[in-house]
Design a protein around this ligand. Structure first.
Ligand code: PRP
Ligand code: URA
Length: 207
């Protein structure tokens, strides 16, 4: 299993906008859209291809198309914020949804919704969520998706905590993780430090 932290100046710049507590909901979402596009570009660099026959205006030749169907799975709510950016880069991706919230006291995740496209067992599944804190939500999402037969799963988060990354590395060594930043630690309330606060609340203007 690999953990990749994308080293990209634009991502660092835009993530700093998201971290700033004075950033408006509008600019928060705008920065998230832009980061999602950059992350989609980075994670898809080496997706497997198959050779296809094509005919240019000049001659017959061979080209490429992606070998696997892509299924994007946002963890609701905050994961929804990454969908637009990913779909801009991967317009043929199908979308699954998994609804989950963390109990604020116990930090245990609770799944309240799941719906996936057909064929997930033969697809490349990209789970997206801005925050990887204890890793509980991502773990439950991965477990659910594996139960449905998926074998090729990657996880893409904006900000991760070392605690959550370690937990997932142990539980799901077959799932590669990509982050925009690996932060310092979790505080006593289970928030990532320095983090960006509650991603869902900041994205949707709730509190
Ligand atoms: C946030 C975030 C992750 C989860 C991470 O969601 O979007 O899904 O917390 O925490 P964990 O790694 O400790 O499980 P939250 O439960 O706040 O729900 P929301 O997206 O509806 O705001
Ligand atoms: N969920 C969030 O939205 N933010 C955190 O810092 C941790 C979990």
């Amino acid at each position: 299993m690999s953990v990749t932290i994308i080293d990209h100046s634009l991502i660092k710049h835009k993530l700093s906008i998201m971290r700033n507590k004075d950033t408006s909901t509008y600019l928060f979402k705008q920065a998230l859209d832009e980061i999602a596009m950059l992350m989609a570009y980075e994670v898809s660099k080496n997706f497997p291809l198959k050779l296809i026959d094509i005919e240019t205006p000049v001659c017959k030749t061979t080209g490429y198309e992606l070998a696997e169907q892509i299924v994007l799975v946002p963890i609701l709510r905050a994961g929804i914020g990454l969908v637009d950016g990913f779909r801009t880069i991967m317009p043929n991706a199908k979308i699954g949804h998994i609804g989950m919230y963390r109990d604020e006291e116990t930090l245990e995740p609770h799944e309240y919704y799941a719906r996936f496209p057909k064929g997930i067992e033969n697809s490349k599944v990209i789970i997206v969520d801005p925050m990887l804190a204890t890793g509980g939500s991502a773990d439950m999402a991965i477990e659910d998706i594996k139960k449905r037969g998926a074998k090729d799963i990657i996880l893409v988060c904006l900000v991760g905590a070392p605690e959550g990354v370690k937990f997932l590395q142990k539980k799901h060594p077959d799932v590669d993780i990509t982050l925009a930043a690996l932060d310092d630690h979790l505080n006593e309330n289970g928030y990532i430090v320095p983090g960006l606060g509650d991603a869902g609340d900041r994205l949707f203007g709730t509190d």
